[in-house]
Ligand binder design. Sequence first.
Ligand SMILES: *Cc1c(COP(=O)(O)O)cnc(C)c1O
Length: 359
Amino acid sequence: MSQLVKNLLCSYVKALQPYQSARRLYSGGQDWLNANESPFANDYQLDSSKLNRYPSCQPSSVINAYASYAGVKPEETLVSRGADEGIELLVRAFCEPGKDSVLICPPTYGMYAISAQTFNVGVEQVALNDDFSLNTDAMCALVGKVKVVFICSPNNPTGTDVPAAQIEKVLNAFADSAIVVVDEAYIEFSSAQSWASKLAQYPNLVVLRTLSKAFALAGIRCGFTLASAEIIQALLKVIAPYPLPEPVAQIAAQALTDESILHIKQQIAILDQQKGKLLYNLLEMPQFEQVGDSAANFILLRAAQREGLMNYLVSQGILIRDQSKQLNLQDCLRITVGSDEQNQRLLEAIQRFYQSEQA
Ligand SMILES: *Cc1c(COP(=O)(O)O)cnc(C)c1O
């Protein structure tokens, strides 16, 4: 680092480790089973006649379609550059740098802590219980000490749904003191009920959603924050003037038509079947033990010779995600459910690896 940058850089940015996204870690390979993306690429049309103009900040074509899909009001809906920007807006709108804190429950999605640290906001942690449910007593002990609580359900990377009664308890405990965010990035894969229908009941509830996972649109960066109209108005104070590029708005609107949603639901059903098959085949092998649950589009396994296996798979062009550095996830690997062909290639490669290790 040059002296100039060293002298000027914020102290808390200096200490930061950037988020090790799946795409930053590995960019080669052909079977990408490391970022919980969909293996399906759907077709969309682009109308370039408006590209000379700045886009709408909150295009009504997208807001109305998503509000209808999620069963909320348009004024309870905010669209942003992925759910990740929603996380950032919540931190920026509700936490004062150098003073306030957020609460996270690891092992969980990494961006909550990173977003907070980027703005010099503190991060309180309450580890999940052994069965990956919330430690609600320890969380409630932090009432008054945090401004935003992040709960991920289904949780990434454990694949577990958080019991509704626990979320309800947290919402009530923090009713007067914190925003409680339920990150539902994987809700389409789960049989659990969404919290979107409870916005009127809990004024401190925020639900995060995305088109990156079930909707197979990680490449366009489009996510949604669902909350009371008042919370949405607060977030609109800190959002960029033109957060959503016009092509993104066009594609999102097409993805949210009734016909497209039906198509997506069929793809979810296919992935669900594939997940069952992949899990069955992997658990036939004595080297794997399932950890957590499979409520989302990925599975989490404790693997024998984890590091050697990861390296071998990379050499075969197959990328999965090492979660072994996460709290209580020693030797755990997260595998995104891919297409039938990809899952098959993965299984064969794993079998090759363990066979050669025995030889
Ligand atoms: C993938 C993911 C996100 C990010 O979604 P984007 O809309 O792609 O920014 C948010 N939360 C969780 C838990 C995720 O796994």
